[in-house]
Each structure stands twice: as C-alpha cells, then as structure tokens.
Ligand binder design. Structure first.
Ligand SMILES: C[S@@+](CC[C@H](N)C(=O)[O-])C[C@H]1O[C@@H](n2cnc3c(N)ncnc32)[C@H](O)[C@@H]1O
Length: 378
C-alpha cells in the first residue's frame, strides 16, 4: 500500500507545449516514482517544434510524444491535476488536488521565448516533487522530525518551533481541561482533545493512530476500564519508548503500544470499536490509505474521533509545498470538503467536522467524528 505512486496529469488546451514540457520534466526528474500523463482539451496535430528543440537542449527527448485528447477517465485516474489554461474544459472530481499554473504560452514563439518557460516549468516541477512524495520520503522526514521532538522533550512539532503555540492553547497539553497527572500529556503534540467526542464506554477497544507520548491512550484506558483495551500505534521508536514509560509510571495496564504505520495498521480486520487520532492524519502522505486502514480495523458500526488540522481553501501553493510546514502539520492538511469526501469514500457516514481554534493563517483545528456502516458496535 505504501508504494502507491502518485499520478499527475498535466492539462493545457493543445497539449503541444506547456503540458508536454511539464510531463517531460516530471518524468525526467522523478523517474518511476510517479506516473505522469499530459493531455489537451483541443489537442494540436503535433508538438510545437520550438518546444521539442528547447527540451532537447536539456536532454529530454519529446520526439515520440504526440498531443493527446483529455478524457474524463484520465482526470479520474489522477491524484493531482495541473491545468495550464484549459479552464472549464477540465472536469472536476471530488477528492483530487487541482492546481493551476499560470505560464506564458509558447504557441507561435521561437526557441528564445520558449527557454524561460521551460526553465520556469522545471522549477515548478521540482517544487511539486517535494510536495507529492514519494510517500515513503514524506514519512521518513516526518519520523525524523518526531524522533527529534521526542528527544527534545516535546517542543517543535505542529505549528513549528514556536513555544508560544504550546503555551497559548494552540497545541499541546494546555488544550486539556482535565487534570493531567500523566507525564504523557505533558508531552502532547496534539491540536485538540479527541476523547471529548469519542464517547468511550467500559469494555471498548480503542486504537490511537499516531499515539506520541501516549496522553490520549491513558485517558482512554481509564474510560474503557479494566475490561477494555487501548492500543497506541506509532512509527517513531523514541515516542513509543516514552509512551510505554509513561503508562508504567501511571500504573495503567490495559494499554499496548504498537510500532507500525498508519498505512499498514498491525491489527486484524474488525477488531476495534473506536479509532482516535490527534493531529496525525494531516501528516500522512496518502490520507485515503490511512482512512481505509482505519475502516478495515474498525468493527461494523465502529466510530472515529479525531482532532486534526484543516486547511482553508485559500492556502497558497507555496505553503502547501513546504516540507518543513508539512512535518509541522500545516502543509499536509486536508480542506474540510476533501476530509468529508475521503471519509465518505472509506465508508464512513454521519460525518461531523467542528472547528475549534485557529492554528495558522491558513488552517484551523477541528474535532471530527464519523461512524462506519454496519451494526452498532455496542
Ligand atoms: C503531531 S504528533 C501527535 C502525537 C499524539 N497524537 C499527541 O497528540 O501528542 C504525530 C505523531 O504521529 C506519528 N506518526 C506520523 N505519521 C505516522 C505514520 N505514517 N505512521 C505511524 N505514526 C505516524 C509521529 O511519530 C508522532 O508521534
């Protein structure tokens, strides 16, 4: 599942210049880590010769390429659709990422005019590669960042290194009203309190996705009581080590911390009543895989209670592209409409997304609940 290749479709009117150059650059720079296609709403008969020549100068051979017709199927298959002036002709599907690159049109221009367009496209493609993956690179950078955060006693995750964001009720322990006797909560890197909306009952089995130092796991363990069980899942050894030590110190024994990925949850199908997560889904390179995994391990009728960062629709592309901000929870955040769509696609209904507080100029925190189809878990 983690080797899902992002598929990128470049679209312009004639598929004879800009979209061909972009596809050529992405294939050249990312190789087989991405699937690349290009198409045009009114394809020309052949690629602009000045475009071919300009790309040949940088070692990219477009001799075999021909303009192709944009089809609904090609848009549907793509994860990211990048338009360059095709306007209304490009069909819109929910759950895809659409970007529009404003670039000069090389149609009818000589090679001198095409070269700067070619170079600008290269810079945009390099930025795109940093942003879309591959998924394993993003995960490794996220892991390294959180290992460092665990070693440095918490500071510097969601929201960047600013300690004020942790003091001022934007991230971390200050969001919790309840008395927080556990060291686990002192290490919180969350952006809300998912147990507030989880409605946990005695005897339930709970899974905390990306459990960090274990604060939400310990709160949940007390709510489900000795007949219940809470799993914390995290990929970062340094976090797991602290979480286990915190549970031991708190004398809470109905918990188990598992090492693993959100994208490959090490639990059987239909084994969990409630999946929690606190400021973690936004960090995943492919949220659809994570939500499908959550649905797989939940029992029919099981529910989710997440706290997460939600991006405003107006978040600029350069903020989205910034890996530093990605590992700090901002750039990878879904918009509310995408989050709803991805949850629905994974089989959830009764979706509620309630904004709680701003965390960034282009993002806010929210509490998210939904139920998986099927018989009630309890
Ligand atoms: C922002 S911290 C939140 C930790 C905890 N939920 C809290 O509220 O303090 C994100 C945590 O998710 C973990 N994580 C991020 N991506 C993950 C993935 N793909 N698989 C497993 N764990 C992941 C990180 O190691 C880190 O501990």
């Amino acid at each position: 599942m983690t080797d899902h290749k992002p598929e990128v479709l470049f679209v312009c009117v004639h598929n004879a210049g800009r979209s061909q150059m972009a596809a050529g650059w992405l294939q050249h720079l990312a190789g087989d880590r991405v699937s690349v296609r290009s198409a045009g709403s009114m394809p020309a008969e052949q690629i602009n010769p000045a475009v071919r020549a300009a790309m040949a100068e940088v070692g990219i051979d477009l001799a075999q390429e021909v303009p192709k017709k944009l089809t609904t199927a090609s848009v549907e298959a793509a994860d990211v659709v990048i338009t360059m002036g095709c306007g209304d002709a490009c069909p819109i599907f929910p759950g895809k990422r659409y970007l529009d690159w404003e670039l000069d049109d090389p149609a009818g221009q000589g090679i001198e005019a095409v070269r700067p367009i070619r170079d600008e496209i290269k810079a945009r493609v390099e930025q795109l590669i940093g942003e879309i993956g591959p998924a394993d690179d993003i995960r490794e950078r996220v892991r390294a960042r959180y290992a460092e955060a665990a070693r440095s006693a918490g500071g510097g995750c969601c929201g960047g290194p600013s300690a004020e964001l942790y003091r001022d009720g934007v991230f971390g322990v200050t969001l919790y009203d309840e008395v927080a006797p556990d060291d686990a909560l002192q290490g919180s890197l969350g952006c809300g309190v998912p147990t507030q909306v989880a409605d946990l009952a005695g005897g339930e089995t709970v899974l905390d996705l990306g459990s960090g130092t274990g604060g939400d796991v310990l709160i949940s363990a007390r709510r489900v009581g000795p007949t219940g069980k809470v799993y914390g899942l995290d990929m970062t050894d340094e976090m797991l080590e602290q979480a286990r030590a915190n549970a031991e110190r708190a004398g809470v024994h109905n918990v188990e911390f598992l090492k693993g990925y959100l994208e490959e949850i090490p639990l059987p199908d239909d084994s969990v009543d409630v999946a929690l997560s606190n400021c973690v889904i936004n960090l995943a390179a492919d949220k659809r895989v994570v939500l499908a995994e959550a649905a797989r391990v939940l029992k029919p009728g099981g529910r989710i209670a997440f706290s997460d960062v939600i991006a405003e629709e107006t978040m600029p592309d350069d903020v989205r592209a910034d890996m530093q901000e990605w590992t700090g929870c901002i750039a990878g955040a879904l918009t509310e409409s995408d989050f709803r769509q991805y949850l629905a696609d994974a089989g959830f209904s009764g979706i509620s997304i309630t904004a709680t507080h701003d965390v960034h100029a282009y993002a806010h925190a929210a509490l998210i609940t939904a139920t998986l189809a099927g018989a009630p878990a309890r």
